[in-house]
Design a protein around this ligand. Structure first.
Ligand SMILES: CCCCCCCC/C=C\CCCCCCC/C=C/C(=O)SCCNC(=O)CCNC(=O)[C@H](O)C(C)(C)COP(=O)(O)OP(=O)(O)OC[C@H]1O[C@@H](n2cnc3c(N)ncnc32)[C@H](O)[C@@H]1OP(=O)(O)O
Ligand SMILES: Cc1cc2nc3c(=O)[nH]c(=O)nc-3n(C[C@H](O)[C@H](O)[C@H](O)COP(=O)(O)OP(=O)(O)OC[C@H]3O[C@@H](n4cnc5c(N)ncnc54)[C@H](O)[C@@H]3O)c2cc1C
Length: 572
């Protein structure tokens, strides 16, 4: 992902060619269609965009307005943007770079609408890169970050494409206009599930980058007096600095391991789906949606914590942290806005809870929902034992899922329609889904550190990091654990003091833990996070290159300041 994010230069970007356009061909094209487009895409003989979102709709895919109407007389689809709000808006590379796009449009044949499907549309000439007839293209303008990418807009004025340009691996339209149903209408969304899964690794990499920068800088930066008369200490010696950075460092490892699981799950479930077994699709969707939402949100917040922990220099673009924050913030919205994605996970959890109540044994990432006892067993727990910590997170999640589901049932028993009951419980549902994903991340972290093939000394450090991540989660969400008495106030106090011990335990290995991400300076793009630690010399060199320093007296002096000063002096 990091390589793909390197744009070819300001103003153009082929990130989405690699992470969305090409995978869509791989996942949704027939073998015949792959022969026609896949190698062209892989060799960058064509450059593509994934054109789904419109000015008026991004989340609600079934509400997209672009149409693809089949004309049996010519065996073509007519792609059209019927309204202003149907203008494709946001797709990366669409503005100036791409000459092809997979366009998500409402499929009409024989007068009936069959919902959103993907279509391959050439949008620019391969000769002179001018827009094709009927296609209007442009860039949507400056954004919070990633301005090297030309996120663009596209309008289609009855653009005709061959029937064969409908990506027909799952659904098909025959020459006479007959629509052939796919095994699941959601298979048209498969690229989104894939991309959400990759966002978990992007989040891990982004948080790894930010913690690398902040931890290294916190060993270079010396500030204040811990004891009168003593030399200024490294700011990483302050417990508050450790409390800011080490939970983010632990989360980076936790998300890195979660992305391993996500990748393995995606491969195994899509492998089964290739053989016609769709049973894993719902779990894959719920897991990818929840993990994407959770990891990107924690990462964006965590990067800003790292930025603030670096003081003024953290606020400079020299640190690389503002750009990293802007990119991570995009991950919270792109590929399924986080709230909506977490609600999708909540929808799956409510369904699984009902099945469990009906006596079905649950499996996969929700198995714990039927295994966890509702009645809390309070008592002095060993808050340094990973098994105890995992059980606490699973109990919390099970309790919150049960509570949200029962609240919804209660609303419906009062006569509310299911949709109204859902909406009036959606804050509870979101919190329950977040607790579920959090418990998965903790369990997966614990299982990984206990089984990964590493030297025992490394396992000891990773175990401390996993304890730190879990204890931080318990102390930050103490109310959830205390609510039904599953944990007591004494347990929470024990968790806090053990967390302090873990901060001190991780301190000696902090630099080694960030060096282990092996992020080259060229990827980090941060003066503060340089591997050689020579921050101050390079900060000065970086500043001297600022465009404002090209002249000793900037032209704005003569245009604005000089006359302003003169007129003010004349009044004295
Ligand atoms: C070291 C280097 C550092 C690296 C740093 C990196 C930092 C980042 C830097 C830069 C980043 C810049 C940005 C990166 C690139 C961005 C790329 C973005 C691309 C895009 O955004 S593409 C467009 C994405 N759009 C979406 O995701 C739309 C979201 N909406 C939907 O998916 C759907 O509309 C929906 C799921 C919300 C609702 O769908 P629908 O109405 O059809 O379904 P429901 O009625 O809710 O549910 C019915 C039923 O269907 C099931 N369902 C839904 N979706 C799926 C699915 N995908 N798969 C399987 N099943 C699905 C749902 O569960 C229901 O099932 P049940 O009825 O309950 O059984
Ligand atoms: C950097 C970047 C790159 C992008 N790249 C692409 C791309 O390459 N291709 C592409 O097709 N798109 C792309 N997008 C668009 C992206 O997919 C959409 O922005 C995203 O899906 C959110 O949709 P929206 O913008 O319409 O927001 P909306 O859906 O309008 O969301 C606005 C608010 O409404 C809330 N909301 C919406 N629905 C619900 C609901 N059911 N329940 C509760 N709250 C709800 C949301 O939570 C959110 O807070 C990109 C976006 C960004 C920022």
């Amino acid at each position: 992902m990091a390589a793909a994010l390197q744009t070819l230069g300001g103003g153009i970007g082929i990130t989405l060619h690699w992470i969305a356009f090409t995978p869509t061909i791989e996942q949704q094209a027939t073998e015949e269609q792959k022969k026609k487009w896949l190698k062209l895409a892989q060799d960058v003989a064509i450059v593509g965009a994934y054109a789904q979102t419109e000015m008026g709709h991004g989340t609600f895919v079934r509400g997209l307005e672009t149409t693809a109407t089949y004309d049996p007389s010519t065996q073509e689809f007519v792609i059209n943007s019927p309204t202003l709000t149907s203008t494709k808006w946001w797709p990366g590379g669409l503005g100036k770079t791409a000459n092809h796009a997979t366009v998500m449009a409402q499929l009409y044949t024989r007068g009936k609408c069959y919902g959103p499907h993907n279509f391959m549309v050439q949008i620019r000439s391969l000769e002179n890169h001018q827009p094709c007839p009927g296609v209007t293209l442009g860039d949507i303008g400056p954004k919070m970050e990633s301005n090297g990418n030309d996120n663009g807009f596209a309008r289609f004025d009855h653009v005709r494409i061959p029937r064969e340009n409908m990506l027909m691996k799952f659904a098909r339209v025959e020459a006479d206009g007959t629509y052939v149903q796919p095994p699941s209408s959601k298979l048209a969304y498969s690229n989104m599930v894939y991309l959400r899964g990759t966002f978990v690794m992007s989040a891990a990499q982004a948080l790894a980058s930010a913690t690398t920068i902040a931890v290294r800088y916190s060993c270079v930066r010396r500030q204040s007096e811990m004891k009168p008369g003593e030399p200024e200490p490294q700011i990483l010696e302050y417990q508050t600095q450790q409390y800011k950075l080490f939970p983010q460092l632990a989360a980076a490892y936790a998300f890195w391991f979660a992305s391993w699981f996500m990748t393995q799950q995606h491969g195994s479930i899509t492998g089964s789906m290739e053989k016609g077994d769709m049973s894993g699709l719902a779990e894959l969707h719920a897991l990818s949606a929840g993990l994407k939402s959770y990891t990107t949100a924690v990462t964006a917040r965590g990067i800003d914590v790292c930025r603030m922990a670096c003081g003024g220099h953290g606020y400079s673009h020299a640190s690389g942290l503002p750009a990293l924050f802007g990119g991570a913030a995009a991950l919270c919205t792109a590929e399924g806005e986080n709230t909506v994605m977490m609600l999708q996970t909540a929808r799956y959890l409510v369904k699984c809870f009902a099945q469990s109540q009906a006596g079905k044994r649950l499996t996969g990432t929700v198995a714990y929902l039927s295994a966890v006892q509702p009645s809390p067993v309070a008592g002095n727990r060993n808050m340094s034992d990973l098994g105890t910590l995992v059980a606490a997170f699973q109990h919390r999640a099970a309790r919150m899922v049960r509570h949200a589901a029962m609240q919804m049932q209660g609303e419906m028993q009062k006569g509310k329609a299911r949709e109204d009951a859902w909406n009036s419980c959606s804050v509870l549902l979101i919190k329950a889904a977040e607790a579920h994903v959090h418990s998965f991340v903790v369990r997966n972290f614990a299982e990984t550190v206990q089984t990964v093939e590493v030297d025992e000394s490394v396992r000891a450090v990773l175990t401390s990091l996993c304890q730190l991540y879990s204890l931080y989660g318990i102390t930050e969400h103490a109310g959830d654990f205390l609510k039904d008495g599953y944990l007591t106030g004494r347990d929470i106090d024990a968790a806090s003091s053990h967390l302090s011990a873990m901060l001190a335990r991780v301190r000696p290995d902090a630099v080694a833990l960030v060096d282990a991400f092996d992020l080259h300076d060229k990827i980090l793009r941060s003066v503060l996070g340089r591997y050689d630690g020579r921050v101050y010399e390079h900060l000065y060199e970086w500043a001297k290159k600022s465009p404002l320093n090209k002249s000793e007296v900037h032209e704005s002096y003569y245009k604005y300041l000089q006359p302003f000063l003169k007129s003010n002096r004349a009044k004295l």
